[in-house]
Ligand binder design. Structure first.
Ligand SMILES: Cc1cc2nc3c(=O)[nH]c(=O)nc-3n(C[C@H](O)[C@H](O)[C@H](O)COP(=O)(O)OP(=O)(O)OC[C@H]3O[C@@H](n4cnc5c(N)ncnc54)[C@H](O)[C@@H]3O)c2cc1C
Length: 393
């Protein structure tokens, strides 16, 4: 029976494992933690630690027909994966699904649930008490997090330090204006063209040094940017930690190896892109094992180049950038015949948004997205059982 090993017990790994499980295959999923934390909820969980358990499956129940192994992959050869606990996993096909590296917003490799819940609780409590909070990063996670911090701590001085000349530089002018206005309303100061030299988060008073040599005092310092992808351990990855792949999502230099969510074809880490990548890899792994020719990967979300949704606080403000779904949703009423058709026909996949045929944005959208984030987390929880609540205390 051919052996398939999937490394990474996150959304990419589990989605791929589900589709590969079969009677004639021996599928093993390697997760560095015995629990699964829903990454999308990270900003909210860090500011609302008492709700962390809602976004966590305490124990991963692997898809039917899949063996679950808890351990961290540290190296690999052409035929085997070696884990930190010295376990050796032989493979005929290997799927790398080790995601993004974003400290604090994702559990550390091998971090126990007790350590993780303690860490999130301490950070959340410190953020609520802090007089000064410095957040490093000008991307979507940093902006969402700054809004969440403001919601739980209305009086703190919150500073966002961006290395570029603005936060979310990919936005069009309309959304740049909205973002700037919202950051001003929330009294979030933005320092541009600066980097904080520290890379570790801290929740005790600290003087931070910026790239310009200036200093900044912070009761809490939270770096909120990615440190690249997590496939470095394979020895196959490029400098950003991604696996270089061909059009079949197959590693160029190691044909038995495929990648989901962390390949050079993964332009950004996003759920829908992952679903399509997992589907290509599932079918190509099976074809590879049968010596058949492989399918070409097609990214059905090819027009999505930056996050479709952006929250600035869980119930303060958010937008759903429909230009990322279709060319311009404002044109859709004319195309679909609105208002003469009953119901929402725009297919924007936010049917419940209440802002039909316009850019949905505002506090309502923020709450809607937060709600759907947890609905999705509940789906994720079906993969496992809820964590022990007493460990949260
Ligand atoms: C605050 C925040 C908000 C987000 N919002 C959105 C959103 O609105 N929409 C959206 O689509 N996406 C969003 N994302 C991104 C989303 O979380 C990722 O797209 C998704 O989690 C990627 O799944 P993944 O399985 O590829 O990676 P991960 O979720 O990072 O999972 C990778 C897994 O691999 C494990 N692993 C890594 N290295 C090893 C190793 N050597 N051995 C064993 N295991 C290993 C890790 O422990 C982890 O469990 C957000 C992320 C954050 C942090």
């Amino acid at each position: 029976m051919p052996k398939i090993v999937i490394v990474g017990g996150g959304y990419s790994g589990i989605t791929t494992a589900k589709g590969l499980a079969g009677k004639d295959r021996d599928v093993t999923l390697v997760s560095s933690t015995p629990y699964l934390e829903w990454g999308i909820a990270a900003s909210y969980s860090l500011t609302h630690p008492e709700e962390l358990h809602k976004a966590v499956a305490g124990k991963i129940d692997p898809p039917k027909g899949v063996n679950l192994v808890i351990g961290t992959a540290v190296s690999m050869t052409d035929t085997e994966v070696l884990l930190d606990n010295q376990q050796v996993l032989p493979y005929d096909a290997l799927v790398i699904a080790t995601g993004l590296n974003i400290p604090l917003f994702r559990p550390r490799l091998g971090q126990s649930w007790a350590e993780r819940s303690k860490e999130v609780t301490e950070v959340g409590n410190a953020l609520r008490k802090a007089s000064t909070v410095v957040i490093a990063g000008g991307g979507p996670i940093a902006v969402e997090f700054a809004g969440d911090v403001r919601e739980v701590n209305p009086s703190a001085k919150v500073t966002l330090v961006c290395s570029g000349d603005r936060a979310l530089p990919y936005l069009n002018w309309e959304y740049r204006r909205k973002l700037d206005k919202m950051l001003k309303t929330l009294n979030i100061e933005v320092l541009t063209n600066e980097r904080v030299t520290d890379e570790e988060h801290s929740i005790t008073k600290k003087e931070l040094t910026l790239s310009s040599g200036k200093t900044l005092e912070a009761d809490c310092f939270i770096p909120a940017y990615t440190r690249g992808y997590g496939a470095g351990w394979t020895g196959l990855a490029d400098s950003s930690g991604k696996i270089p792949v061909n059009k079949h999502l197959q590693c160029e230099s190691a044909p038995k190896v495929f990648a989901v969510g962390c390949s050079t074809l993964s332009k950004m880490s996003e759920q829908w892109k992952i679903i399509f990548e997992a589907s290509t890899v599932q079918s190509n792994v099976v074809k590879f094992l049968k010596n058949s020719s492989l399918s070409t990967h097609f990214d059905h979300h090819f027009n999505v180049t930056h996050p479709k949704t952006q929250k600035i606080g869980a119930s303060t403000f958010a937008w759903y950038d429909l230009t990322q779904m279709f060319i311009n949703i404002k044109a859709w009423p004319f195309l679909c015949g609105f208002p003469f058709f009953p119901g929402c026909l725009c297919g924007c996949d936010v049917m419940a948004c209440g802002y039909c045929c316009n850019y949905p944005e505002g506090a309502g959208t923020a709450r809607q997205l937060t709600k759907s984030m947890y609905q999705a987390a509940e789906l994720g929880q079906k993969l496992g059982t809820a964590p022990e609540q007493q460990e949260m205390k």
